[in-house]
Every structure is written in structure tokens, then in C-alpha cells.
Design a protein around this ligand. Structure first.
Ligand code: SAH
Length: 364
């Protein structure tokens, strides 16, 4: 016990579970992250050294710069449309976008064509994003489906990992829904509900020969996101770049994690006050995308993706103009992005495109 009073969302969740019974994990996660009054992404400033976690664009400017040059190449492959929606899902502090646009200034026609659309829940982060963009006009949206249709380049770095997951657990005979319920002491605890309702699509994605106690994760909102990307790609030329941490084959079991002040936290301890994510299942994402008519490229490990996009050349350029202190930071940042023991292997990049587009760099 920490002696701290329960978080406001904890009281609300205990009330709701007391009234309606155990809550499926995705509903719990949705409340923790997105609750209108107390959700983590509605209230916190999560990113950075004084926040809870750090992401690739915050580690090194090279990440956003390479993504910016990648976007220019994709726009060229699309035939240089006069207007291109550059849509970022969950832009955090706006660092990736600011670095990307600075690099893309080398191609003025691209800058003239770009219309910025940011999909973001957090009011605090929206303010950070506006500050990072300076006087460049941009529109903010609650969800991708609110962005007007247009030829589009979509960027999603560490966005899908924050979309809620369901968990189902094999009891030897059926898959049951893993839920958050109340123990005798009225504290939150994991419970198994009745047999889970699973669509044929979901059943096909579950491990074929589970052992009792095995847990599998499903992410209905990722399937919905892929369906929305596919819908847009049927109307207009489109390329989406998805970068996230996760696995590309096999089953990972229970990957739900809470992170607070750069360390792991108990998922149930302080709802709404810690970041909560789960690994991205790239194989399921790819399967859903192909089934919806999208072309799928990758996933490639982040390290290989960035090296093939020219990370070393960009690093050399920056080092040539840097002071000694800056050199150390530049080198350790770049290393962290590509080193297989750090972000280079666990993080992966995948592209989804409308049919007819050639493979985007560096997937060719
Ligand atoms: N892409 C950024 C931030 C990653 S953190 C970076 O790489 O630094 C996740 C981001 O997604 C945050 O900006 C968060 O507020 C936003 N977010 C999480 N869930 C969301 C949702 N359902 N809809 C819109 N934005 C969401």
C-alpha cells in the first residue's frame, strides 16, 4: 500500500463494475486512456524525460527527418498530387512532424502541396503540437474518419500500441473473456468471465492448439482502423506508415503493460495515471489489411528500416557540424534507434498502400 487515496478513475470504475459486473479488458483500457474526465491521454503530459516514457522522435531528430524525406518520396511515387493530406495519428509532442517538415523543406513543391491533419485526443498534447508546428496551418481531429478524403500519407508512430486490447484465456474447452472485476476486499482484480463472443474472423486469428491458461490478445480498434484506412485507399491514393513495438509472427500471450515515470507499473493500481499499452500484432494487422484490399509491405525491424533510409549519412552530416557534447548525444540517440538490443529489433515498420502504388522506400 502506498497510502495514496485511490485515483478518481479508480472510484468510478469500482462503481461501474459494482453496478454492471466485470468489465472486459478493452473497456477497462479504453477508460484508463480515454475517459473524458480522467483518462491518461486526456489529462497527462506523458512524453519526455519528466514524463512517463520516451519515443523514437524524442530520442533523435534523425527519426522524424528520415520520415519526412520518406514522405516526399512517397508523394513523388504518387505522381506529385497538387494537394496531399499528411495525417499523423497520435502525434505526441509534434516532434516527428516538426523534424519531418524541416527535412522536407528541401522540396518546396511538396511543402506547397501538404495539408496537415493531426488526430489527437489529448488537449495538452494538441497544444504542444501546435507550438511545435509554429505558424504552419493544421487541423486537429478526434479520429481518422473525421479527416476529409484526399490523397493521403498517414504516419502512426506508437499509436496502435495505445489502442485497447481484449484478452481471452483458454480454459481447456473454450476461450473465456478476461475481465477486470472486484475481489472480496472491493479491490480491482482480473477475473474470467463466461465464454467470449468471438467473430469467425477473430477465431481464425487465435492459436489453433492452445494449452489451458494460455492468453491471446485481440485488438478490435486496430481492425477498425485498418478498415478505415482501406476505405480511404479505395477513394484516393494513399500510403500509411505504421511504426510500433510488437511481434510479427507467433503468439505473444499477455503483453498488456503500464508504464509510469519510465518504469513498469501495476496495470490495476492507479487507473488513468499510467500509460497503458500492449504489443502490436503485425501479422494480424497485415492479414486484416490484405483482406481489405490494401497492399502490405514489411514489417521491417526499425533498425533496418532507418539504416536503409539513410540514417548513417544523415548522422555523418549532423556530426560534421556538431560540438563535442552534441556529437555524443547524436551518436547515442542514433544507436538507440537502430541497436537490436534497444529499439532496433522490437520496433517494426510496415507500410500499407492503395493498389497500384509501387513499394514505398525502403521496402522495394
Ligand atoms: N507519435 C508520438 C506519440 C506516441 S504516444 C511519438 O512518437 O512521440 C501516443 C499518442 O497517441 C499520444 O499523442 C496520445 O495522446 C495519442 N492517442 C492515444 N490514443 C488515441 C486515440 N484513441 N485517438 C487519438 N489519439 C490517441
Amino acid at each position: 500500500m502506498t497510502g495514496q487515496p485511490p485515483s478518481p478513475l479508480m472510484r468510478e470504475l469500482i462503481r461501474r463494475i459494482g453496478a454492471s459486473g466485470p468489465m472486459p479488458l478493452d473497456e477497462f483500457m479504453r477508460a484508463c486512456l480515454g475517459d473524458e474526465s480522467h483518462g491518461y491521454y486526456r489529462t497527462a503530459r506523458p512524453l519526455g524525460a519528466d514524463g512517463d516514457f520516451i519515443t523514437a522522435p524524442e530520442v533523435s531528430q534523425i527519426f522524424g527527418e528520415l520520415v519526412g524525406l520518406w514522405a516526399v518520396e512517397v508523394w513523388r511515387a504518387m505522381g506529385e498530387p497538387a494537394q496531399i493530406a499528411l495525417i499523423e495519428l497520435g502525434p505526441g509532442r509534434g516532434t516527428l512532424l516538426a523534424d519531418a517538415l524541416r527535412a522536407a523543406r528541401l522540396v518546396p513543391a511538396f511543402m506547397t502541396a501538404v495539408r496537415l491533419h493531426l488526430v489527437e485526443l489529448s488537449p495538452a498534447l494538441r497544444a504542444d503540437q501546435a507550438a511545435a508546428l509554429g505558424d504552419r496551418p493544421a487541423s486537429w481531429h478526434e479520429r481518422l474518419s473525421d479527416v476529409p478524403g484526399a490523397p493521403a500519407i498517414i504516419i502512426a508512430n506508437e499509436f496502435i500500441d495505445a489502442l485497447p486490447v481484449r484478452q481471452v484465456i483458454w480454459d481447456g474447452a473454450v476461450w473465456r473473456e478476461r475481465c477486470v472485476g472486484l475481489g472480496a476486499d472491493q479491490a480491482l482484480g482480473f477475473v474470467c468471465a463466461d465464454e467470449a463472443e468471438l467473430s469467425i474472423w477473430e477465431q481464425a486469428g487465435l492459436p489453433p492448439e492452445p494449452a489451458p491458461g494460455d492468453i491471446a490478445e485481440l485488438r478490435p480498434q486496430a481492425d477498425a482502423l485498418v478498415a478505415e484506412i482501406a476505405r480511404r485507399a479505395r477513394a484516393d491514393v494513399l500510403c500509411a506508415l505504421i511504426i510500433d513495438y510488437g511481434y510479427s509472427h507467433g503468439e505473444a500471450g499477455d503483453t498488456l503493460q503500464a508504464v509510469s515515470h519510465h518504469g513498469f507499473a501495476d496495470v490495476l493500481a492507479r487507473p488513468g495515471e499510467a500509460d497503458m499499452t500492449a504489443h502490436v500484432d503485425f501479422a494480424t494487422l497485415a492479414r486484416a489489411a490484405s483482406a481489405q484490399g490494401l497492399q502490405v509491405f514489411g514489417p521491417l525491424p526499425q533498425g533496418r528500416f532507418l539504416l536503409k533510409l539513410g540514417l548513417e549519412a544523415r548522422l555523418a552530416q549532423l556530426l560534421a557540424a556538431a560540438t563535442d557534447a552534441q556529437r555524443e548525444a547524436l551518436m547515442s540517440g542514433a544507436r538507440r534507434l537502430v541497436d537490436p538490443a534497444q529499439m532496433g529489433e522490437l520496433f517494426k515498420a510496415m507500410a500499407l498502400t492503395s493498389s497500384g502504388l509501387p513499394p514505398p522506400p525502403p521496402f522495394a
